[in-house]
Design a protein around this ligand. Structure first.
Ligand code: AMP
Length: 187
């Protein structure tokens, strides 16, 4: 089962992706987590990625494509994976498709966790206080929303046209949203 969880920053895609991965018994792979680990470990990829992340910008596709290739080719990803935080651009979407096609696989479903923007801002500011993420300042939050609208939101249409998109109402408790996700997947 190859599932993409799509959503704006603060939509809860990470939380819902993790719950779904547990239920399906497949790994959840988040490029944001991999990048933060690289930043922490001060790898050359991490050092390069950090300057973009701290400004609320997307890390360039050249860097992300290598990362995606590595994770999708890893043995634990062979029986399916929940993709959280990627693809985020059309180039990444095409790369994911190509990598899956190479092994005779394809994306089964794209879940869009849909949350109104005022609620997203409220959640992100709360998370900034709770987790102290360096990219959760008011300015970067604004920037990340703009970047989402410009570079990632076009994927909604892209997957809609391919008949793969299911929109999940992302308001309510974690449990309520998880129930909607499970229902959408017929489980
Ligand atoms: P996230 O944890 O998914 O919100 O990602 C945090 C930050 O990591 C983003 O604001 C981007 O700077 C970077 N990032 C994560 N995933 C990607 C991706 N697929 N493409 C480009 N940048 C990414």
């Amino acid at each position: 089962m190859q599932i993409i969880v799509l959503g704006a920053p603060g939509s809860g895609k990470g939380t819902q992706g993790a719950l779904l991965a547990d239920r399906l018994g497949v790994p959840k792979i988040a490029t944001g987590d991999l990048l933060r680990a690289a930043v922490r470990d001060r790898t050359s990829l991490g050092v390069e990625a950090r300057s973009f992340m701290d400004r609320g910008l997307l890390v360039p596709d050249e860097i992300i494509l290598g990362l995606i290739e590595e994770v999708l080719r890893s043995p634990e990803a062979q029986d399916g994976v929940i993709m959280d935080g990627f693809p985020r651009t059309l180039a990444q979407a095409e790369a994911v498709e190509g990598l899956l096609a190479d092994r005779g696989s394809r994306i089964d479903r794209v879940l869009l966790i849909d949350v109104p923007e005022d609620e997203l801002v409220k959640r992100m500011l709360g998370r900034a206080r709770a987790e102290g993420r360096s990219d959760d300042t008011p300015e970067t939050i604004r920037k990340r929303f703009a970047v989402y609208g410009e570079q990632t939101a076009p994927l909604i249409r892209y997957y809609e046209e391919r008949g793969l998109l299911t929109t999940i109402v992302g308001l309510g408790t974690v449990r309520e949203v998880a129930d909607r996700v499970n229902e959408a997947l017929g489980r």
